[in-house]
Write a protein that binds this ligand. Sequence first.
Ligand code: FEO
Length: 400
Amino acid sequence: MTKKKIYHNVYWVGKIDWELEMFHGTEYSVNNGSSQNAYLIQEEKTALIDTVWTPYRDEFVENLKGEIDLNTIDFIVMNHNEPDHSGSLPSLMKEIPDTPIYCTANGKKFLIGQYHHPEWNYRTVKTGDSVDLGNGKQLVFVEMRMLHWPDSMATYMTGDNILFSNDAFGQHYAVNELFSDKADQDVLWNEAMKYYANILNPFSSFASKKIKEIVDMNIPIDIIAPSHGAIWRENPLDIVNRYAQWADAYREDQVTIIYDSMWGATKKIAHKIAEDIRELSPDTKTKVLSVAEMDRNDIMTEVFKSKAIAVGSPTVGRSAITTVSGWLHFLKELKFKEKAAGVFGSYGWSGEGNKVLREELEEAGFKVIDPELKAAWMPDEAFLDATIDFSKALLEAADR
Ligand code: FEO
């Protein structure tokens, strides 16, 4: 790495992680690489904003040494202390142990919890606190509690009007040129939405309030520099406006049918529902997704876009099949709002699958319609002819 200029005396000193395939353990699939963005500001004072993930700590510190004398770093800002941003801090602090670390009170707690260095020179900050960079510029801190951790904050640089937003407004997307205007636009926006749907959606009420607070501050924002993916420099408020929409029970005219099947009976019903929707509402985008075969994070992004979903499973062991059960557990975590749902499935003898699906979807916050599709063994022609009533009820519930 050599430092790459972002604007005036602000440089990117992060890690582009082309090979990353999984994030948060195996909770989040990464299909287009990612990055951990750290920034170096060299005004009269030198400041480092965030570090990179633990596996890259040695190269991060060595690269930084290649750019500057580490002893010239006046202070470090830790916007958020999950290991993808704080993982290199212990190695760096070995070199410059007395350097002040600006973070929230929770940030200090989390750093001590993870790295066991209560002796570090912490400077805890709240919204509105600031630190001087010289040359008439300051860093102003804005707490971003629960976006997406209790320790999260953003840092705003006056003069250059840069918001270092950390995870908010980020994407798991490797962009060698660093900037959003250089990125493949379809991938960029898909990855930004996937990130929101799979990581930030449970905290949408906090996101709405925080966006309003930032807008009400009426500060000029020329660049939004997140901690993952592309930096927003052309129309940076586009992503803020998208977040405002996404945080407000987002939905498109889409119905998504999610299922798994053992011998093809439940699959047959899934495809018939899709046919029904096309007949009943030709403009509605409809997708049929197998939980067993498709990336579960991508399924969640499709659910995020949907006004209604139908979830299907065969009855197995008096319950739903494990692929669907596990996926529903994840669905509950994401707290989607104002979406309708219907349940369907097949069974051979006991038939509890639909009941389990219904309970789980209600617990996940979906408005589950009363009609359901429950086929004994393989659905016959009469059964498939009658699915239209279920599909009609699903569309009505979604549009209500
Ligand atoms: Fe990118 Fe919440 O860490």
